[in-house]
Design a protein around this ligand. Structure first.
Ligand code: IPE
Ligand code: IPE
Ligand code: MG
Length: 252
């Protein structure tokens, strides 16, 4: 099933965000501050992933999307890139059984063609194994870029429905990499930078943005709760007036 754009339909005002998307930034600086190599920060970052996944399951969040590796991260030194790939593989190896036992459905989105064969096979196996789970949907964005996503969607749409003079947003939606999820309600970026860095460009159109200076390896369940609290104090208007939103709430 695909989800209608949240810019067209107001998601029901629930206390918990249904979909949380996170740019996990600040691993390198966390390590450097401790006179450790950057890779130590990535290792510690994996522990935060484990904690935040668990916290999301406990809080009944339906979708958690984590930016693990951007299309631009290939520009990093080769050793750091290959270490990140190895970390990704070991994490998959170690965590998938536990995820499966916890009812988590795993998805990996991005241009996977650049990954080596073994990693691609591991991803496919993990996705297949957890496909029937109905708990948290955990999406890992790997070699993902928002512009890549929009272009791959456009290209597939044009290929499958050639010849139209123009296409609509609704026609494009199902071709986006995360068509299986509603658009994110809450976006979190750790590490102090206030930018999107080519994450989910299309899908973040009406997402509430939250930035924190906390480095990803220090981001824990308490920090997640602070972000959720900030989200819960906002009024999502989607272009409407505050009065309309109040009226709608009264009516429902
Ligand atoms: C985020 O941490 C992890 C990845 C991009 C893979 P960084 O490695 O970007 O950490 P900083 O920003 O250098 O501190
Ligand atoms: C964004 O972090 C990508 C991930 C967290 C995977 P970066 O640290 O690569 O972002 P920029 O380049 O500083 O914007
Ligand atoms: Mg960074």
């Amino acid at each position: 099933m695909t989800h209608p754009s949240s810019t067209l339909t107001i998601p029901s005002a629930s206390a918990m965000p249904r979909h949380v998307a996170i740019i996990m930034d600040g691993n390198g600086r966390w390590a450097t501050k401790r006179f450790l190599p950057r890779v130590a920060g990535h290792g510690k970052g994996v522990e935060s992933v484990r904690d935040i996944v668990e916290a999301c399951v406990e809080r009944g969040i339906e979708y958690l999307t984590l930016f693990a590796f951007s299309s631009e991260n290939w520009r990093r030194p080769a050793e750091e890139v290959s270490l990140l790939m190895r970390l990704f593989m070991t994490a998959l190896e170690r965590e998938v059984s536990k995820m499966h036992a916890n009812g988590i459905r795993l998805r990996v989105v991005g241009d996977l063609s650049r990954f080596d064969e073994k990693l691609r096979r591991m991803i496919a196996t993990a996705e297949r194994r957890t496909a029937g789970n109905t708990g948290l949907t955990l999406t890992i964005c790997a070699n993902y870029g928002g512009r890549w996503d929009i272009m791959q969607a456009v290209n597939r749409l044009v290929q499958e429905k050639p010849g139209a003079a123009s296409y609509t947003e609704e026609e494009l939606g199902p071709y986006l990499a995360m068509a299986y999820a509603p658009e994110p309600d809450l976006f979190i970026r750790t590490g102090g930078e206030e930018r999107i860095s080519n994450f989910l460009l299309w899908q973040l159109a009406y997402t509430e943005l939250y930035f924190t200076d906390t480095f990803w390896p220090d981001f824990d369940a308490t920090a997640l709760d602070q972000a959720i609290l900030s989200y819960q104090q906002r009024e999502r208007r989607f272009g409407r007036t505050s009065e309309q939103i109040v009226e709608q709430k009264k009516a429902s």
